[in-house]
Write a protein that binds this ligand. Structure first.
Ligand SMILES: *[C@@H]1O[C@H](CO)[C@@H](O)[C@H](O)[C@H]1NC(C)=O
Ligand SMILES: *[C@@H]1O[C@H](CO)[C@@H](O)[C@H](O)[C@H]1NC(C)=O
Ligand SMILES: *[C@@H]1O[C@H](CO)[C@@H](O)[C@H](O)[C@H]1NC(C)=O
Ligand SMILES: *[C@@H]1O[C@H](CO)[C@@H](O)[C@H](O)[C@H]1NC(C)=O
Ligand SMILES: *[C@@H]1O[C@H](CO)[C@@H](O)[C@H](O)[C@H]1NC(C)=O
Ligand SMILES: *[C@@H]1O[C@H](CO)[C@@H](O)[C@H](O)[C@H]1NC(C)=O
Ligand SMILES: *[C@@H]1O[C@H](CO)[C@@H](O)[C@H](O)[C@H]1NC(C)=O
Ligand SMILES: *[C@@H]1O[C@H](CO)[C@@H](O)[C@H](O)[C@H]1NC(C)=O
Ligand SMILES: *[C@@H]1O[C@H](CO)[C@@H](O)[C@H](O)[C@H]1NC(C)=O
Length: 685
C-alpha cells in the first residue's frame, strides 16, 4: 500500500485543486491481486474478481446500489487463477470484457479520480458444470444466502485497505486472504451448500427437498424450499380438516414467510395470525383470521435470488421442481385442499410476473392469480424499452436515453437510473449474464434461450445496447400477452380457460415503468376477450409496491378466501374440470428445451456455403455475431478480408474459371470464442 502524506493532507483540507492542477485520472494505476494458500479448494479456479473502491473510511459493501453508490466498481474474469501468479487489473477498454477490466461508472481503472479510497476485492468462484442438454457453463451456485452478486457466503476476499490514488505510476497489491461468512446463513444444511432449513415455529414450517429434475439437468444437487405458514387451529392429525393454499411469489424470503411475515408486518400481523383473531382496529369488528395456508418459496440459483418459478432454457426446470415436485410434497405433508380452485398465486414485481405466468402456464394446477405491479407482461414495453421495434435498448431512435428507475415528486418525474447505467453496473459483477443479482441479467436468462456458447442469448449487447432482433424473437414464448393471444382458441383454449382468473394491480407511476407492460397486455387480451376477460386496476399516482389494490392484509386474505369459496364445487361459480384440463398446460420443459436449449442452439448454426458458382452465403450464426470473410482461391487467401452481413450473401468476381473457390468466415461476439468456418470448395466456371 502506497500512501502519499502530502496528497492525504491536501485532500483533508480540500485544497488539492489549489496545490496543483487537478488530476482527473490515474492512467498508470494497477492492482496486483494474489491468492493465499488455503483460500480456494484445489489448486486454481475460474471466477470473477470484483474490485470496489469506496470513499475513504467506508465499507464498499455498505452501498452498492446503482442509484446511490459512491463506489467505483471494476470486474475482471480470471481463468485458472491459483497461488502461483498474481493477476493484474489495469485499464479497461470496454471491448474485451471477457479477459479485460470493465468498470462502472467509469469503464477503465485509468479513469479513477485521484484521492483517498477504501479498497476491497471479492471473487465469485465458478463451478463448471455440463448440463443434461450438453452445454457447459461456469457459474457460481449460491449457499443459502439469497445469492448476492458480491460477497456471498464462501467468497474469497482481500482485507479492506485505505489507499491514496496519486495519479502517478502506482501498483496496489491486494491478497485474497480470507473467505466471507454470511450472517444470513444460519440454517442447518441438508446435502451440500444449499439454503438450509430454519427452525420451525408453531405456525411457520420450513421444508426443503432435493429436486430430481433440477439435479438431473444441472448435473449436481439442486434443492428447492418452501416456508409454510399454517392457520390458527391447524391440527396436523386432523386430515379431514383441509385448507386452501396461497402461493406467494417473489424473491428469496430467507426465514420469513409469505408476505414477508413476520418482519414485513412488524409482528402485528404475526401476533394476530397466531392468536386467530383479527383485532377490531383492522376490521369493523374483531373476527377470526382467514383459514388459509400461506406458502412462499426458496429458489435461489446461479443467476438470481429467485428462479422466476417457470421452466427456462438457462435456469432449467424450476417450474416443474416447484409445481410438480415441491407442491405435491407439500400436499402430502400438510392438510391442503389439493385442487386447482383452492390454489391461489399471488405476488408483486418479480412475484407479480411469476404469479401471472403460473396461472397462464398452469391453469391445470392453480385457480387464479392476483398479480401486483408485475415485471413486463408484454415485451412491446420491457419496462420502458420498445423491445420489438427499437434499435437500441439504451437510447431511443431520437437519441433520448431510456430510463429504468424513476421517482415522482409533485407530479414531476426524475430519472434515478437509466437502462444503460444499470446494465453497465451489472456487467462489473459478472460477464455473460452472471451478475447474479442483476435484474436485466436474470430477465435475459429467464426470457431468452441459450446461446451456442451455453450462456443466455442476449437480446442486446451489454456495452452498446444494440438490440439483436433475432434474439428478441426467441423471447416471444415468455411474452405473456403473445403467449395467451396466440394460444387463445387452439387446443390450449386459453381464451376460455383463463377468463376471469387473472387480477392485476399496478400504479400509474410505477418506479420501473411496469404499468406500461400491463397496459400492453391489457390491450391485447381485451382486443380478443373483451373488457371483463381479466381484471386490471391502475392506481393513480402510485409508485412500485404495496399489497394488491393496496388492501389491508386481512381484507386481501379474505378476498382470496372468498375467491376460493366462490369457485369451490359448492360455490357460486365452480371451477369446472374443463377449465383445469391438462391440455391447457404450457411451458413444458421438453418444449422449452426443444426451442431454446443447447441442441437448438447447435441446430441454428451452419457454415458458409458457395451455392451458385460464385455466390456465397455467410452461414448461420447466433444473432449479434459480427462476421469477417475472406475468399480463398486455389487454397490461398485472395484479396482483403471484408465484413459480411449474416442475412446477405456475397458474390465473387476476379479470378479465372477453372480455379478453385472457397470462402472463410470468422465470427466474433462478446462472450463467444472467435470462430472461423469455411465453406465447400467449388470450381469457378
Ligand atoms: C470449498 O468446498 C467446501 C465443501 O464443498 C465448500 O463449502 C466451500 O464453500 C468451498 N470453498 C470455496 C472458496 O469455494
Ligand atoms: C481507513 O481510514 C479511515 C478513515 O478514513 C479509518 O477510520 C480506518 O481505520 C482506516 N482503515 C484502515 C484499515 O487503516
Ligand atoms: C467517470 O465517471 C463520472 C461519472 O459518470 C464522469 O463524470 C467522469 O467524467 C468520468 N471520468 C472519465 C475520465 O471518463
Ligand atoms: C476472516 O473473516 C472472519 C469473518 O468472516 C473473521 O472473523 C476473521 O478475523 C478474518 N480473518 C482475517 C485474517 O482477516
Ligand atoms: C398427533 O399425533 C401424534 C401421534 O400420532 C402425537 O404425538 C401428537 O401429539 C398429535 N398432535 C396433536 C396436535 O394432537
Ligand atoms: C392494524 O391496524 C392498525 C391500526 O389501524 C394498523 O397500524 C396496522 O398496520 C394494521 N395491521 C394490519 C396487519 O393490518
Ligand atoms: C386473542 O387476543 C385477544 C385480545 O388480545 C383475546 O381476548 C383472545 O382471547 C385471544 N384469542 C386467542 C384464541 O388466544
Ligand atoms: C413538492 O411539494 C412540497 C410541498 O408543497 C414541497 O415542499 C417540495 O419542495 C416540492 N418538491 C419539488 C421537487 O418541487
Ligand atoms: C376486480 O377485482 C376486484 C377485486 O380484486 C373487485 O373488487 C372489482 O369489482 C373487480 N372489477 C371488476 C370490473 O370486476
Amino acid at each position: 500500500m502506497f500512501v502519499s502524506t502530502l496528497a492525504y493532507t491536501a485532500a483533508l483540507l480540500g485544497v488539492t485543486a489549489l496545490a496543483r492542477p487537478a488530476q482527473r485520472s490515474a492512467p498508470n494505476l494497477k492492482f496486483e491481486i494474489s491468492l493465499d494458500e488455503g483460500i480456494i479448494n484445489g489448486t486454481s479456479v475460474d471466477g470473477h474478481i470484483q474490485l470496489l473502491l469506496a470513499p475513504a473510511g467506508t465499507d464498499p459493501l455498505e452501498d452498492t446500489d446503482v442509484t446511490s453508490s459512491p463506489n467505483f466498481f471494476f470486474g475482471q474474469n480470471v481463468y485458472s487463477f491459483g497461488t502461483g501468479a498474481p493477476v493484474t487489473l489495469s485499464g479497461g477498454n470496454g471491448v474485451d470484457t471477457e479477459k479485460g477490466v470493465y468498470g462502472f461508472p467509469n469503464v477503465s481503472i485509468s479513469e479513477v479520480v485521484p484521492g483517498e479510497y477504501s479498497v476491497q476485492a471479492f471473487m465469485n468462484v465458478y463451478e463448471t458444470v455440463t448440463r443434461a442438454d450438453g452445454s457447459t457453463v461456469s457459474v457460481r451456485f449460491p449457499c443459502g444466502d439469497g445469492a448476492p452478486g458480491v460477497g456471498g457466503y464462501g467468497t474469497p476476499i482481500t482485507s479492506l485497505v485505505n489507499i491514496t490514488v496519486t495519479g502517478q505510476e502506482q501498483t496496489v497489491k491486494l491478497v485474497f486472504n480470507n473467505v466471507t461468512e454470511s450472517e444470513e446463513f444460519t440454517g442447518s444444511e441438508i446435502g451440500g451448500c444449499q439454503q438450509g432449513n430454519y427452525e420451525d415455529t408453531e405456525y411457520l414450517k420450513y421444508v426443503k427437498i432435493r429436486s430430481d429434475v433440477l439435479s438431473a439437468w444441472w448435473g449436481r444437487d439442486v434443492f428447492v424450499g418452501a416456508n409454510v405458514l399454517l392457520p390458527f387451529g391447524y391440527d396436523a392429525n386432523n386430515t379431514e380438516k383441509r385448507y386452501p393454499v396461497v402461493y406467494s411469489q417473489g424473491h428469496w424470503p430467507g426465514e420469513q414467510g409469505a408476505f414477508r411475515y413476520p418482519a414485513y408486518l412488524q409482528g402485528e400481523f404475526a401476533s394476530a395470525w397466531d392468536n386467530g383473531t383479527i383485532p377490531a382496529t383492522n376490521v369493523s369488528e374483531a373476527r377470526e383470521t382467514p383459514k388459509l395456508i400461506l406458502v412462499t418459496f426458496r429458489h435461489e440459483n446461479a443467476f438470481y435470488d429467485d428462479s422466476y418459478a417457470v421452466n427456462s432454457a438457462n435456469l432449467g426446470p424450476w417450474g416443474d421442481a416447484i409445481n410438480d415436485e415441491l407442491i405435491p410434497y407439500l400436499d402430502t405433508t400438510f392438510n391442503t385442499i389439493p385442487e386447482p380452485y383452492a390454489r391461489i398465486q399471488e405476488g408483486g414485481s418479480t412475484g407479480g410476473w411469476e404469479s401471472a405466468a403460473n396461472i397462464i402456464f398452469r391453469p391445470d394446477l392453480f385457480g387464479a392469480a392476483f398479480s401486483s405491479y408485475p415485471d413486463s407482461m408484454d415485451f412491446h414495453k420491457h419496462q420502458d424499452i420498445a423491445l420489438y421495434t427499437n434499435k437500441n435498448a439504451y437510447v431511443n431512435d431520437d437519441g433520448t436515453p431510456i430510463a429504468s428507475i424513476r421517482a415522482f415528486e409533485n407530479g414531476t418525474e426524475t430519472v434515478l437510473a437509466t437502462v444503460q447505467q444499470e446494465n453497465h453496473w451489472e456487467l462489473t459483477f459478472g460477464t455473460n449474464t452472471r451478475s447474479i443479482g442483476g435484474q436485466w441479467d436474470v430477465w435475459n436468462a429467464v426470457f431468452g434461450v441459450q446461446g451456442v456458447n451455453g450462456y443466455p442469448l442476449v437480446p442486446w449487447d451489454k456495452v452498446s445496447g444494440e438490440i439483436y432482433p433475432g434474439a428478441v424473437e426467441y423471447w416471444k414464448h415468455m411474452d405473456l400477452a403473445d403467449y395467451v393471444t396466440s394460444n387463445w382458441d387452439n387446443e390450449l383454449n386459453l381464451g376460455e380457460v383463463l377468463k376471469h382468473r387473472i387480477f392485476v394491480y399496478v400504479g400509474t407511476e410505477d418506479d420501473y415503468f411496469l404499468n406500461e407492460g400491463v397496459a400492453q397486455f391489457q390491450g391485447r387480451v381485451e382486443a380478443k376477450g373483451g373488457s371483463d376477460w381479466a381484471n386490471f386496476t391502475y392506481i393513480e399516482g402510485k409508485g412500485h409496491g404495496g399489497r394488491y389494490n393496496l388492501l389491508d392484509p386481512w381484507v386481501y386474505l379474505e378476498l382470496l378466501e372468498t375467491w376460493v369459496q366462490d369457485h369451490s364445487p359448492e360455490g357460486k361459480t365452480p371451477l369446472t374440470a374443463s377449465l383445469t384440463a391438462p391440455t391447457s398446460r404450457g411451458n413444458k420443459f421438453e418444449d422449452v428445451m426443444a426451442y431454446g436449449g443447447f441442441q437448438a442452439a447447435l441446430a441454428r448454426q451452419a457454415p458458409p456455403e458457395i451455392i451458385e458458382g460464385n455466390i456465397a452465403t455467410s452461414g448461420r450464426w447466433d444473432p449479434g455475431v459480427v462476421l469477417q470473410a475472406q475468399w480463398i482461391v486455389n487454397g490461398k487467401p485472395f484479396g482483403y478480408t471484408f465484413s459480411v452481413d449474416q442475412e446477405c450473401g456475397v458474390a465473387f468476381s476476379g479470378a479465372k474459371s477453372g480455379c478453385s473457390l472457397q470462402i472463410s468466415v470468422t465470427g466474433t461476439k462478446r462472450g463467444y470464442v472467435t470462430e472461423t468456418r469455411v465453406s465447400n470448395i467449388v470450381t469457378i466456371s
